[in-house]
Each structure stands twice: as structure tokens, then as C-alpha cells.
Design a protein around this ligand. Structure first.
Ligand code: DGL
Length: 226
């Protein structure tokens, strides 16, 4: 399975895949040369994603691709899916999250935090409005978080200060749930949860993506046996 992200964030997804599909072998590509993706244009990110996918398929002979990055999923998923239609399954991290969120009847006021490019793409907003118009949501770009995590600043005074600044934004007032729409953010999930005194529901896509991958591999007869 070829998995990629701009850096270590996608390892949160790779970890879930390893746990749910222990027989599969994984090639992980962290594009740290171009990190962070979140403040780059969609076109540039799509270009990186196409090149990485080509490398994983042609050089590493992967049988499926997981775009373990929300920003790259927002920028390049449709193009990659269409290019490899009928040959290689391509999975993004956004759709499994949307499915999980819309199935949850307990949510009233949902927050979404992500990189600038993901928020500006409007992909979460568009899918949520279309699939569940009754759900109230608000989206906030939190551009420093991915780089901060990548630099190892988490569970520290620095990360706490940056997080409090973002999470106290008016856009997120009164939320009862929050989508961590960047694969780096599960690494600060406990800090986020503590900020809200564990009172709100947090969603990250890792497990749902791994389950989705499992069902696709099964349907396509691509599961590794041992
Ligand atoms: N982990 C990525 C995401 O899910 C991107 C972080 C970045 O490079 O800005 O959006």
C-alpha cells in the first residue's frame, strides 16, 4: 500500500492501516522537501501528488494509494482517481470522515479545523451542506499547527499557547464536535480534548480510512493473505 503526506501526519493513518490490515506491506512517502502543503496552491500540491503517486506505482509497485493528507486529497483526489480508474484504487481521507460525521445523529454544531488550502478549497463545507443541510458547521484555518507538530512541538507550553489562540476563535464558539481535518492533528488530539475539558466529540479519519481501504481491497480481491 502506498501512503503519502507532506510529512509525519499521514503516519497517523498508516498506523491505523497497519493495525487493521496487519498482513499488508506499506511504503510511506513523507514529502518533507515540500512541507507544509497547507499554504501552497492547489495546483502545486496536485503536481506533487501526481509525481509521488507515479513514484509509488512505478518504482515501488504499490497496489493501492492512500492520500493520507487532507490538503492533497482536496487538491488532487479527483484527478488521481480518474487517472487510475479501473487499475489502482486511490483513497482519500475526506470522504470516509464525511460518512462518519453525517451518520452521527448527535451532532448539532460542528467545527472544522484544517490547513488554509483545505479550508479555502471548501471541500468539507460543500460535502456537508449537500449531504446534511440541517447540520450547522463552521470552518477555521489553523495554519501553524501542521508545521508546529512536524517540528516536534506538541504536549508543550508552545503548542498549548498556539492551540488556545486558534480554538478560542469566535468561529468555534459553542461547537459540540470538531473535525480534525488534517492528518497531523491526531498527534495533538489529547491537547485539543483537554482544551475542551473533554466535553466535545473529536473526529479524525485514520480508522475510517483504514476500514474503507480494507473493504476496497476485499472487493477487488487485492487483500494480502499472510
Ligand atoms: N497532513 C496534511 C493534511 O492533512 C498537511 C499538512 C501540511 O503540510 O500543511 O492536510
Amino acid at each position: 500500500i502506498g501512503i503519502f503526506d507532506s510529512g509525519i501526519g499521514g503516519l497517523t493513518v498508516a498506523g491505523a492501516i497497519k493495525r487493521i490490515l496487519p498482513n499488508e506491506s506499506i511504503v510511506y512517502f513523507g514529502d518533507t522537501a515540500h512541507l507544509p502543503y497547507g499554504d501552497k496552491s492547489k495546483e502545486l500540491i496536485a503536481h506533487y501528488a501526481v509525481e509521488i503517486t507515479r513514484f509509488l506505482l512505478e518504482e515501488k509497485h504499490c497496489k493501492a494509494i492512500v492520500i493520507a493528507c487532507n490538503t492533497a486529497s482536496a487538491a488532487a483526489y479527483e484527478a488521481l482517481r480518474d487517472t487510475y480508474k479501473g487499475t489502482v484504487p486511490v483513497i482519500n481521507v475526506i470522504d470516509p470522515m464525511i460518512e462518519e460525521v453525517i451518520a452521527d445523529e448527535s451532532l448539532r454544531n460542528l467545527g472544522i479545523i484544517a490547513t488554509k488550502t483545505t479550508i479555502a478549497s471548501g471541500v468539507y463545507q460543500e460535502k456537508l451542506s449537500r449531504r446534511k443541510p440541517s447540520l450547522h458547521y463552521s470552518a477555521l484555518a489553523t495554519p501553524l499547527l501542521a508545521s508546529m507538530i512536524e517540528e516536534g512541538f506538541y504536549n508543550s507550553n508552545i503548542s498549548n499557547a498556539v492551540l488556545s489562540r486558534y480554538l478560542s476563535d469566535q468561529a468555534l464558539a459553542d461547537i459540540d464536535s470538531l473535525i480534525l481535518a488534517c492528518t497531523h492533528y491526531p498527534l495533538i488530539k489529547s491537547e485539543i480534548s483537554n482544551y475542551y475539558q473533554k466535553k466535545i466529540k473529536l473526529f479524525d479519519s485514520a480508522e475510517e480510512v483504514a476500514l474503507k481501504l480494507k473493504s476496497i481491497l476485499k472487493n477487488e480481491n487485492l487483500l494480502a493473505v499472510s
